[in-house]
Structures are given as C-alpha cells and as structure tokens.
Ligand binder design. Structure first.
Ligand SMILES: Nc1nc2c(c(=O)[nH]1)N[C@H]1C(S)=C(S)[C@@H](COP(=O)(O)OP(=O)(O)OC[C@H]3O[C@@H](n4cnc5c(=O)[nH]c(N)nc54)[C@H](O)[C@@H]3O)O[C@H]1N2
Ligand SMILES: Nc1nc2c(c(=O)[nH]1)N[C@H]1C(S)=C(S)[C@@H](COP(=O)(O)OP(=O)(O)OC[C@H]3O[C@@H](n4cnc5c(=O)[nH]c(N)nc54)[C@H](O)[C@@H]3O)O[C@H]1N2
Ligand code: SF4
Ligand SMILES: [Mo]
Length: 700
C-alpha cells in the first residue's frame, strides 16, 4: 500500500508521493519510529514503522493524529509582537528580521550588564538532541546566561537510580515479554507507554502474573491480576516491609547479596523495623496485600523465575521520591532477580547512549565563567526573586522553547505572577499560542518534527532514531536551531559552531559510535547493550556493587540507606486540606501538548477530578457536578467523576490542561507547590493536600 521509504533530500520535494522515516519527538519512553506519507508536499498520514521492532507498526492515538496537529488552523505561522498587556494574548505580526534584530538588541543590552540576568527555559516538547538543546545551548553558553536545572520530570528517580545502580539503565524493555511476574510500580503503562504494555500482554498470555502498585485504579490497574492502591508517597514503606517479609521467609539470594551489594547488614536492620502492620498503616492498605506481594515476588525469585519490576515516575513526584525509588531498586539485588535477562528492574534506559553532549552543547564556550543555575521546578520563585547576594541578579529576560511552563510548572499562582512582570522580557518559540506564549513579548513560530532534522535517544528502549524532514516548514516557521543560529549572527558570535547546519549537528551527536549510513537507510540503529546487565554484578557505582548504603548520599549529609520520608502534605482526615491529590496525565494529552487538538480534547471531554464516592457524598457532591478544588495556594474548578478510580482520601486532578481551555482559566497546578524532592531537586507534583467543595458559582 505504501511506497518504500525513500531517502528524501532536504528540503523535501514539493511534488510526488513518498514516505519519510522519522522519530516521534515526544517525551514518552516508547520513542517510536515514524513513517510519514507525503503527497505533493503535504503530509497525509503518520504511521508507525513496522520495520522497527519496538514500534511494531503501531502509534498511540495522539501521534496517529499528527497531521491534525501539524496543519492545525491555530498553528503559529509568523513571528508575533505583543500589542496588549501581558497575558491578554494580543499580538501583531512582524517580520522575522524585525523580531530577531529586536530580540538580539534586547538580550545584548542585558548581557552587557550581566548575562546571568538572562534565563533559557526549555524542556521536552521535543526530545530531539538537535532541536532540544544544541544551537540553543551553544548560544546561551557563549552569552554566559544562567543555567537551567532541568528537574521537572525525572530528576528524583534519576538521581536515586544513580545512587543505587550507578546509572539510568536496567532490564531491556523487550524482555518483559518473557517474565513470569511483573510489578508495574507507579506507571499507567496503557496510557503512557503503550508499547511496553504490549510486552506485558505477551507475558500475561504466557501465564505471567501482573501486579499494579498505584493509588489510582488506572486503565492499567484494571487489566492487572492485582492492584495495590496505596496512599501517594508511601512506596518506600511498602518496599521496606517487602524486605521485612523477604528476610523473615528467607526469600533472599545470599550469594548475590554477598558478592554484588553494599550495606546489607544496615539495610536489614532498617527493614526489620518495617513489620507489614506498620507499613499497612502508613500505606493505607491491608497487611495481607503486603504479605501476598512479598510471597509472589520472593517465591518467584527463589524458584529462579523471571521477576521484573517496571518502575516509573509516579512514585518519585513526592518529597521522599528519591528514597522511594532507591528502596524499590534494592529489591532485585536482594532476591537475585537480576540474574535473569527477564528479571530485575527497568526505570529508564537513557544512560546507555554514547551521546557526545559536549559537541552538541559546547559548554567550553563558557570559558572561565560559572553562571548560577536556576531550578526550573521553582520558576515562579525565581521570576519573583529580587536581586540579592545569594540569588544574583533579578531575571530580566527569559527565552522559552520546547516547554509550556505557565501550564506545567508547579504553583501557577506564582508562575503567572512571575511571567506577568512588565519589566521581564520574554521570548517564546512555539507551535501554538500556549498559556506561556500569552505572556511573551515575542512569539516565534517553530517547526514541528515533520519539518526539521533531528536525532533521538530514548528512555524506554535502546535504539537511536533519526528524524528527517518530510515537508517544508508550515508558514514562516523556523526550527529552534535556525532561530539561535540567526540570533548568534546578530550578536556577532564568530565561532564556527554557530554556522553549522542541522545535518552536521545530527552527525556530531554520536560521531562514529553509531553508523550514520544505517540511520539514513533504516531510520534507527541499536546500541549494543548486554541482555542481563547485572547478572554478574558490575554495577557502574563507585563500589561496582548495588549500593543499598550510599556513601555519596551519606557524605552529602543524607541518610545513606533508603527510608520512608513522609510527604510534605500528608492530607490526613481532620486536616484543613484532608485529601491527597495526585495529578497524573490524561491519556490523550502529553503533558500540555495536544490539549488544543480538538479530536483529542473531545475524547478527554473536560478537566476532571476523580474522587471516591464516599468522599464526594460526605461533601454533598454528586457525580458530574462542578467542584472547586482548593488549598492555601489557589483554587481550580473542574468536574467530579466518582468513576471508581479513586481510593478514599485521594483525588486525581487529571493533567495537564491548558489554563485557557479549562473551566475558569486555571489548571491543576494552581494547587501544587514548589518544594523539592529529597534527591534531584525535582518537583513534588503528587505531594499535595487539597479540599473539595461544590462550586457555588457557575463555571466562567
Ligand atoms: N498519554 C501520555 N503519555 C505520557 C505522558 C502523558 O502526559 N500522556 N507523559 C510522558 C512523560 S513526560 C512521562 S515523565 C512519562 C511518565 O511515565 P509514567 O511514570 O509511567 O507516567 P504515568 O502514566 O503518569 O504514571 C504515573 C502513575 O503513577 C501513579 N502515582 C501517583 N503517585 C504515586 C505514588 O505515590 N506511588 C505510586 N506507586 N504511584 C503513584 C499515578 O496514578 C499514575 O498512574 O509518561 C510519558 N507518557
Ligand atoms: N500537575 C502536574 N504537572 C506536571 C506533570 C504532572 O504529572 N502533573 N508532569 C510533569 C512532567 S513529567 C513534565 S515532563 C512536564 C512537561 O512539561 P513540558 O516539557 O513543558 O511539556 P509540554 O506541556 O508537552 O509542552 C511542550 C511544548 O513544547 C512545544 N514544542 C514541541 N516541539 C517543539 C519544537 O520543536 N520547538 C519549539 N520551539 N517548541 C516545541 C509544544 O508545542 C508544547 O507546547 O510537565 C510536568 N508538569
Ligand atoms: S507518544 Fe509515545 S507511543 Fe505515541 S507515537 Fe510517540 S513515542 Fe510512540
Ligand atoms: Mo515527564
């Protein structure tokens, strides 16, 4: 039915029918290989590439609608200059030349006083190494701008895995298909990594038992044999009491522990303080649930069966998120589950790629300068902070790309006040006029993945993917690299790296470590990784072992052993804000991306708060009513669903809606806070206490 993928020249031809190989740019562990069918310069359909084993010819609903997003009538097509008050969304069209010259002049003036008053803000709108951070990073390094601590997603878990296993690596995702027991711990796989779920289904068909550990009864939890709906932020208590049971029943691999771990005696003493009765109380679950889970896991490992843990990011978005990930990551070493290729644990594979970040981002352009680092998870505070000895200069200019912080960053009240500062000069590179773009002085239209070159690693599988442009840029859109290249010219930066084109940067990402010919031909290439990386130990930690006890954490003044760290906001009955709120993503959005794609928004319907029927009844709230969710930081109106997904005491404010597409111009991040996790300085989105009441006024 489809033409064989052909190697398309750049820019792609305006006539003819052909397929172009690319990569899904989104922040999703699946990193699918795409095949885009183009007819006379128009992308007709984006398909999953059947030749790529991980993609297996299938895309999620969101990206199979990619052409709808690409040719969306509201796609930004020209540069825009603000013509009304900040936040009003009023703009006038200007030429690229005018926009870039003015931006360069404004940044140049600030940089002459103090370049650290300039802050780049970007995240994972695209995960591409080129349009993500290459020319942009070079530009800001040369300028000497403030650095950004990119903590908003996975930093707590990433740090924790580093302390415990030595890096972001573990089981290969495809071997979950061979597992006998799978624990899906803190992940709604059906929604957020559907290609991993395929492997779970294969294992299930072959008799595997699948257990989901998640406060929410997700689509995934419904399809598992068991669901343990613990209270948010209590995973470390559960993991420690599993250890208690493993010790009591001697479901341990003493040989593996002796040869490949550090700190067992101390961890054992800690775990023995966690009788299941204590953990059950903390987690709000039954003692038998802990005993049964320990038996399933311990006996499977003892019998040399394949026991695999899919650990994901839900649990690390709380104060003790790092400790929780560490506690869980100790389990496969205690039981020797790592000995099998279909046993062990997988959180992220991002650490296996030989990426040449220095070539892409050129930190050497900083020279002897060491600019301050600003944490993206507390951007509200940073934008409102006056100049001080500790903080440095006030932030005077902000350049946002690949991110929508006004919608996705915690504590929107402060974030919005920061972005609304009339004395802040803000530039936003975007596909759409997002909540963030509404506060920009200049909005610059960006190309999408169908319109630019890129190269991708992933945090799910272990392949590198190449993305080739399939169509010419829509309207006057320019790639992020093109914008920073142009700005560099206007700033008079003369280093040759500022003249490199995107294909040259693509080639620098891996040098000759990944065969470029193979990428050009197939669209992907595998990184060689051992099938069972820790079967014989060999952890890339300082000790070479799995570090139950981490000297590095201890030296940093922290507990060297994993422990249960209670949430900042425990939300107990009788508290002013007695309900614990988590805000996991809605299935048909990707963070705040796709919220403006009508066909996907129609599936989600409206901003929802899932609530247990008893909690709703106690407040006189009926299913489907509009409610006000509030705490000391703000309030948010949405529709209640007593659909059986919430446990008592916990509510789910599904994210991340565009504020301006919600019921009252706000979203769930009105309620979240800017306090950080125990490791990785990450956002604690799911550590949030709220109250809910019937909404007295009609929605705006
Ligand atoms: N459709 C869709 N896919 C996505 C995304 C999206 O927005 N939409 N986002 C992408 C991004 S940016 C990321 S980082 C990944 C995230 O990948 P995952 O971490 O797999 O993300 P989620 O599906 O949000 O799963 C988090 C789950 O953790 C649960 N949870 C919340 N608090 C706790 C807790 O304290 N303990 C435990 N055990 N579970 C808890 C939530 O209910 C939710 O089901 O997904 C990516 N994929
Ligand atoms: N309450 C709550 N808040 C959350 C979360 C949660 O679970 N609950 N999840 C958090 C997580 S895990 C994450 S990762 C963050 C995600 O936060 P972000 O990384 O900000 O992700 P998105 O909301 O998808 O916004 C990405 C933006 O980048 C734009 N973009 C995409 N490609 C390009 C490009 O090539 N060039 C340019 N210039 N722009 C591009 C898109 O149009 C989109 O508006 O949100 C966090 N916020
Ligand atoms: S969002 Fe994830 S599942 Fe969907 S196409 Fe992209 S990589 Fe694949
Ligand atoms: Mo994320």
């Amino acid at each position: 039915m489809h033409a064989t993928p052909s190697i398309t020249p750049s820019p792609p031809p305006a006539t003819g029918h052909f397929d172009v190989l690319g990569a899904c740019p989104h922040d999703c562990p699946d990193t699918c290989s795409l095949r885009t069918t183009v007819q006379d310069g128009v992308a007709i359909q984006v398909h999953g590439n059947a030749a790529h084993a991980h993609t297996a010819g299938v895309l999620c609903t969101k990206v199979s609608r990619y052409t709808e997003r690409t040719y969306h009538p509201e796609r930004l097509r020209t540069p825009l200059k603000r013509s009304g008050p900040k936040g009003s969304g009023q703009y006038e069209e200007v030429s690229w030349d005018q926009a870039l010259s003015d931006i360069a002049a404004r940044l140049g003036k600030i940089a002459a006083r103090n370049p650290e008053a300039i802050l780049p803000y970007s995240y994972a709108g695209t995960m591409g190494l080129v349009q993500g951070d290459s020319m942009s990073a070079r530009f800001f390094h040369k300028l000497g701008a403030s650095l950004l601590d990119r903590t908003i997603c996975a930093a707590a878990g990433g740090a924790a895995l580093g302390y415990t296993l030595g890096g972001q690596m573990g089981m290969k995702i495809e071997f979950f298909a061979e597992a006998d027991l799978i624990l899906i711990w803190g992940s709604n796989a059906i929604a957020s990594s559907v290609h991993f779920w395929r492997h779970v289904q294969t294992a299930k068909r072959q008799g595997a038992k699948v257990i989901c550990i998640d406060p929410r009864k997700t689509e995934t939890a419904e399809k598992c044999h068991e669901h343990i709906a613990l209270r948010p932020g209590t995973d470390a208590a559960l993991a420690l009491s599993l250890m208690y049971e493993l010790i009591q029943h001697d479901w341990l691999d003493h040989d593996y522990i002796a040869r490949h771990t550090v700190g067992w005696d101390a961890l054992k003493a800690r775990a023995l303080q966690w009788h299941p009765a204590r953990a059950a109380e903390v987690c709000g679950i039954r003692v038998e649930q802990i005993e049964n889970l320990a038996r399933d896991y311990g006996q499977a490992c003892k019998a040399n069966k394949n026991a695999a843990i899919r650990l994901n990011y839900g649990m690390q978005r709380a104060r003790g998120g790092g400790n929780a990930v560490r506690a869980v990551a100790c389990l496969p070493a205690l039981t020797g589950a790592w000995r099998q290729r279909a046993g062990g644990l997988h959180m992220s594979s991002s650490g296996v790629f030989p990426t040449n970040k220095a070539a892409l981002q050129r930190p050497d352009l900083l020279g002897a300068r060491t600019p301050r680092t600003i944490n993206m998870s507390a951007i509200g505070e940073a934008l409102l902070a006056p100049a001080s000895a500790g903080f440095g200069p006030q932030v005077e200019a902000l350049v946002v790309y690949n991110s929508n912080p006004v919608a996705v960053a915690p504590d929107s009240g402060q974030v919005v006040r920061g972005f609304a500062r009339e004395d802040l000069f803000t530039v936003v590179l975007e596909h759409f006029q997002t909540d963030t773009a509404d506060y920009a002085d200049y909005i610059l239209p960006a190309t999408t993945q169908l319109e630019h070159w890129d190269i991708h690693t992933t945090y799910g599988h272990t392949d590198v993917l190449l993305n080739r442009p399939a169509i010419a840029p829509v309207g006057q859109a320019r790639s992020n690299t093109a914008v920073f290249r142009e700005l560099a010219v206007r700033m008079g930066f003369e280093e040759s790296c500022f003249a490199e084109d995107d294909v040259a940067i693509v080639r620098q990402a891996f040098g000759d470590k990944i065969p470029f010919d193979e990428l050009m031909e197939k669209g992907f290439a595998s990184v060689p990784v051992p099938d069972a990386p820790f079967a014989e130990g060999g952890f890339p930690t300082p000790s070479g072992k799995c570090e139950f006890f981490s000297q590095r954490l201890f030296d940093a003044g922290q507990d060297g052993l994993p422990d249960y760290v209670a949430n900042y906001e425990e939300a107990r009955p009788g508290d002013l804000y007695p309900l614990a709120m988590i805000s996991p993503p809605a299935r048909n959005f990707l963070n705040s991306s796709f919220v403006n794609v009508k066909s996907l928004r129609d599936i989600e319907g409206e901003p929802l708060l899932e609530m247990h029927a008893d909690d709703a009844a106690a407040r006189g709230i009926a299913n489907g009513e509009t409610v006000r969710v509030f705490n000391g930081r703000g309030s948010y109106r949405c529709t209640v669903r007593t659909n059986g997904r919430a446990r008592p005491g916990v509510v789910h404010g599904l994210g991340v809606w565009w504020r301006k597409l919600g019921l009252d111009g706000s979203n769930v991040n009105e309620l979240t806070h800017q306090r950080l996790t125990d490791m990785g300085r990450a956002a604690a989105f799911y550590d949030c206490a709220v109250q809910v009441e019937r909404s007295v006024s009609a929605p705006a």
